[in-house]
Design a protein around this ligand. Structure first.
Ligand SMILES: Cc1cc2nc3c(=O)[nH]c(=O)nc-3n(C[C@H](O)[C@H](O)[C@H](O)COP(=O)(O)OP(=O)(O)OC[C@H]3O[C@@H](n4cnc5c(N)ncnc54)[C@H](O)[C@@H]3O)c2cc1C
Length: 421
C-alpha cells in the first residue's frame, strides 16, 4: 500500500487526492494543510468581501469529506521541512509524515509590502478566507482604504471595499490597471470604468511608507509622488510567490515555480507538484510559465494524482485565461496579450471608443497566441479554443476581429489530441 502525502488542501491537492482514490482504492492518502477549514473556493473569498456571498458558501466538499475519501487530514499544520533521506515531511507540530509519493500543492503566498510601517495594524493581503475575515473585522470605523496593485486581486479587493461603503484608492505601479492581462489601450478603458464607478485610481505610483497612530493602526501612507494619503486600511494585492519555503536548498528545481516535467514530476523522484506552485509549459507563450488560475490547478492536480497512482498521463501545458467583469465592462484575456516587440508577432486590433470596446489579437507564425476582448466578448470561447488547439489561421486574419465572424471557416484542427487515459 503506497503512502501518498499531499501538501495543501486547495483545489490542486483535492483534485489529486480524488484522482488517486478513484484509481487506487487501497492507497493511503494524507493531507498536510496549513488552513484549518475544509477545502474551499478561493476565488469566492472576494465575493464574501463584496457581500455577494457569505463564508458558509465557500466549502467545496461536505463536512465528512475526508472520511468519505478515506484520507487522513493533518489540518492546521504547516509543512516546514522535508527529510529527503528518510522521505518524511515534517510539520510545525513536530509530526514526521512518511511518504512514498509526495505532491506539493501548496499554492502561493502573497508578496508582502516591504516599506516602513508595513506591519501596522490594518495592513492586509487577500489570499485566504481568514484574510477576508480580518478585513471585515477592520472595516468598521474605516473610511478610506488603499489598495496596492492593479491586478485581478487588487481590483476584486477594491470592488469589495467600495461595495462595503468605503472610499477606495487604487495605487498601481504600472501605467494602467490589469497590466499583466491587457495593454495600455485596454487599460485606459478599464481605468475609465473604475473611476466612473467611484474608485480613485493613481497609476505609476508606489507607497514608500505606512504611518500609524499611537495604537499602531494605519493612519497615513506616503507615496512615491511625495503625496501623503490619510487611510485606515491598506490591502496589498501585489502578486504572489510560490509557497516553497519548506523545500530546502537544491533538492527540487525551482524557478518561477517548482519545475515539473510532462508527468508533473519534479526533479526529485516520486515527488510531484501541481497548481499555483508549479511551473510547466505555457502553450501560447511557448515557454515554461506559472499560470496561477483555478482551471489549471484542477487539471494539473488531477493528472498529478493519476501519475502518483501509477498511470502514465501526459500534461500538455496550460493556457492563461481570465474572464472578469469590471463593473459594466466584460474583459476576456487568453494567452499572450502583451507580446515582446519582435517581428515574430503580428498584432491586430480594433476599437470603438464610443462604445468602449476593444479587441486585440496576437499571432505568431500561423497561429493565434493571444486575445484580449474588452466590452465585447462574443466568440471569446472560439478564440480561446483556437489558441489552445493551435488551429492555424494563415489567411484573412482581420475577420477574427469582427465580433460576429464566421468561425466555421477557421481551418480544422491540425493536431488531434488523443486521450491517453
Ligand atoms: C482573491 C482571489 C481571487 C481569485 N479569482 C480567480 C478567478 O476568478 N479565476 C481563477 O481562475 N483563479 C482565481 N484565483 C486563483 C485561484 O484561486 C488559484 O489559482 C487556485 O486557488 C490555486 O489552487 P492551488 O490548490 O494550487 O493553491 P491554493 O488554493 O493556494 O491552495 C494551497 C493550499 O496549501 C496550503 N499551504 C501552503 N503552504 C503550506 C505548507 N507549508 N504546509 C501545509 N499547507 C500549506 C495553503 O494554506 C493553501 O490552503 C483567485 C485567487 C484569489 C486569491
Amino acid at each position: 500500500m503506497l503512502r501518498h502525502v499531499i501538501i495543501g488542501n486547495g483545489i490542486a491537492g483535492v483534485s489529486a487526492a480524488e484522482a488517486i482514490r478513484s484509481l487506487a482504492p487501497d492507497a493511503a492518502i494524507t493531507f498536510i494543510a496549513r488552513e484549518q477549514q475544509l477545502p474551499y473556493s478561493r476565488p469566492m473569498i472576494s465575493q464574501v468581501l463584496a457581500a455577494t456571498a457569505d463564508f458558509s458558501q465557500l466549502p467545496l466538499r461536505p463536512s465528512d469529506y475526508y472520511e468519505q475519501l478515506r484520507a487522513e487530514a493533518l489540518t492546521g499544520q504547516e509543512a516546514v521541512a522535508i527529510d529527503w533521506e528518510a522521505r518524511t515531511v515534517e510539520t510545525d507540530r513536530g509530526a514526521k509524515v512518511p511518504f512514498e509519493r509526495l505532491l506539493i500543492a501548496s499554492g502561493a503566498d502573497p508578496r508582502r509590502l516591504k516599506v516602513d510601517g508595513a506591519n501596522s495594524r490594518g495592513v492586509f493581503t487577500m489570499r485566504k478566507a481568514e484574510d477576508v475575515h480580518q478585513i471585515l473585522g477592520a472595516i468598521k470605523g474605516a473610511r478610506h482604504a488603499l489598495v496596492l496593485g492593479g491586478g485581478l486581486v487588487g481590483f476584486k479587493a477594491a470592488y469589495g471595499l467600495l461595495r462595503r461603503g468605503l472610499a477606495v484608492t487604487m495605487l498601481i505601479r504600472s501605467n494602467h490597471p490589469l497590466a499583466m492581462q491587457v495593454d495600455a489601450e485596454a487599460g485606459a478603458i478599464i481605468q475609465g470604468e473604475l473611476e466612473r464607478h467611484g474608485l480613485t485610481v493613481q497609476v505609476g505610483v508606489e507607497v514608500t511608507a505606512i504611518e500609524s497612530d499611537r495604537l499602531g493602526r494605519v493612519a497615513r501612507a506616503q507615496l512615491s509622488t511625495g503625496q501623503a494619503l490619510d487611510c485606515q486600511m491598506v490591502v496589498v494585492g501585489k502578486g504572489v510567490w510560490p509557497s516553497v519555503k519548506f523545500l530546502g536548498q537544491d533538492r527540487v528545481r525551482v524557478d518561477a515555480g517548482i519545475v515539473v516535467d510532462d508527468h508533473l514530476q519534479t526533479s526529485a523522484e516520486g515527488v510531484y507538484a501541481a497548481g499555483d506552485v508549479a511551473e510547466h509549459f505555457d502553450s501560447a507563450r511557448g515557454e515554461r510559465w506559472v499560470n496561477a488560475i483555478w482551471p489549471v490547478a484542477v487539471e494539473m492536480g488531477r493528472i498529478a494524482g493519476m501519475n502518483m497512482a501509477g498511470r502514465s498521463v501526459v500534461y500538455r501545458g496550460s493556457l492563461s485565461r481570465n474572464v472578469i467583469r469590471i463593473f459594466d465592462i466584460d474583459v476576456l484575456t487568453a494567452g499572450l496579450v502583451n507580446p515582446p516587440a519582435s517581428p515574430e508577432y503580428e498584432v491586430l486590433a480594433a476599437r470603438d471608443l464610443r462604445r468602449r470596446t476593444y479587441r486585440k489579437l496576437v499571432f505568431r507564425e500561423d497561429f493565434l497566441v493571444g486575445a484580449a476582448l474588452v466590452g465585447h466578448m462574443e466568440q471569446g470561447g472560439v478564440l480561446m479554443n483556437a489558441i489552445a488547439g493551435r488551429i492555424p489561421v494563415d489567411k484573412d486574419r482581420e475577420r477574427l476581429l469582427e465580433p460576429g465572424f464566421n468561425y466555421a471557416s477557421l481551418a480544422p484542427m491540425r493536431r488531434v489530441v488523443k486521450s491517453e487515459w
